[in-house]
Design a protein. Structure first.
Ligand code: PHE
Length: 371
């Protein structure tokens, strides 16, 4: 075998074994670089005799051409493979964003608040708010609580330390009814920023969802709980409006065509007449069935706004009438979603939450269903 044929074989073998474009480049330099073997042969042609050059020249040039072609082909092939590998390694999987590894969920109380808000929004109610820390006037006095009413006593109400200068003793609001007062009363001083719907002229249609506080703690009471208040003020409002509104709401809330309810006389200082709304249910067999059996379950408090409350808010009871209602949101959540015990609702145990929780991506609405 000639030296040229051997060189060709060696280079071909080296090229076949190359696995990276860098190795191919090294082979190119070793053969065709300044001091490369093939370059040496090409340079040596100048010193050849014409006959020798005629014989060896085409062979050496042929070797150079074949080698150049083989190097280019191998390099292109390896570079393409390297690019593929690089792209694969740097790949960004956009679908990861849509599949969160840790899923948060919506607390049943907040789910039910959203459901209630969606239902009343459909009926034309706006959302109003008031502060958790209230004064005696809004929580009690304007709501027609007599000075010595038992609900003002220490055992029910969380009182804050009296203000050293004025002696005023604030409270953690014991119900959401003070928002009725804040909504109706148009005061000369601007309402504090952030409270929606404070101080508006009638006609009024609002609900007020929020936190409430009472000194109470057992299987069915927690010191902090949630209520949704409702208030309608207009001309010629009567109990029929109250009854239709609440029956319609409760039926839609429990996702039923109709609900059998009764309005049982009751007493609240701020409504006259006052009632508690009960719905028919069957509790036998450990399961709650609505519209069946002969048990009645209390579901909310309501009544016609007391003339004294209208007066305290600057409204003339001969001109304006209205109804109000208040319901316990946590209790409604327990009823609707079969939660047996109230206390774990506020223990912030994520296992409890992922058991009862709702998807944050599905907001309650009337088009696709509440829950
Ligand atoms: N505030 C009452 C409560 O806490 C509920 C209620 C609201 C009753 C409005 C009548 C009218 O129990």
């Amino acid at each position: 075998m000639t030296d040229l044929a051997q060189l060709h074989l060696d280079l071909k073998a080296a090229l076949g074994g190359a696995t990276t474009s860098a190795e191919v480049e090294a082979i190119r330099v070793a053969a065709l670089g300044k001091t490369g073997k093939v370059s040496g042969l090409l340079k040596g042609m100048g010193a050849m005799s014409p006959d020798e050059r005629r014989e060896r020249g085409p062979l050496i040039n042929g070797l150079r051409d074949r080698l150049t072609a083989a190097l280019t082909a191998r390099k292109t092939e390896l570079e393409a493979a390297e690019l593929d590998a690089k792209l694969l390694a740097e790949r960004v999987d956009l679908t990861l964003l849509a599949v969160p590894r840790r899923r948060g969920s919506v607390h049943p109380t907040m789910q039910v608040m959203d459901e209630i808000t969606a239902l009343f929004a459909e009926l034309g109610f706006a959302v109003a708010e008031g502060p958790d820390i209230e004064d005696d006037f809004h929580n009690f006095t304007a709501l027609n609580f007599p000075p010595r009413h038992p609900a003002r006593e220490m055992h029910d109400t969380f009182f804050l330390t009296p203000d050293p200068e004025t002696g005023e003793r604030k409270v953690l609001r014991t119900h959401t009814s003070p928002v009725q007062v804040r909504t109706m009363r148009v005061t000369p001083d601007r309402p504090p920023a952030g409270w929606i719907a404070a101080g508006r002229e009638p006609p009024i249609r609002i609900i007020a969802p929020g936190r409430t506080f009472r000194k109470d703690s057992d299987a069915t009471h927690t010191p902090m709980f949630h209520q949704v208040e409702g208030l309608v003020i207009d001309k010629g409002v009567h109990m029929g409006h109250l009854k239709w509104t609440l029956e319609t709401f409760v039926a839609r809330f429990f996702e039923m065509d109709a609900i059998e309810a009764r309005f049982r006389p009751h007493h609240f200082p701020f409504t006259e007449p006052s009632a508690e709304m009960d719905i028919r249910c069957d509790r036998s067999g450990g399961e709650l069935k609505l519209n069946q059996g002969d048990s009645w379950m209390e579901i909310l408090g309501c009544g016609m706004v007391h003339p004294n409350v209208l007066r305290a808010c600057g409204l003339d009871p001969d001109e304006w009438q209205g109804f109000a209602f208040g319901m316990g949101v946590d209790r409604l959540a327990m009823l609707k979603y079969g939660i047996p015990d109230l206390r774990p609702m506020f223990e912030a145990d994520t296992r409890w939450l992922s058991h009862y929780g709702f998807s944050p991506f599905v907001a309650p609405n009337l088009a696709t269903g509440l829950s």
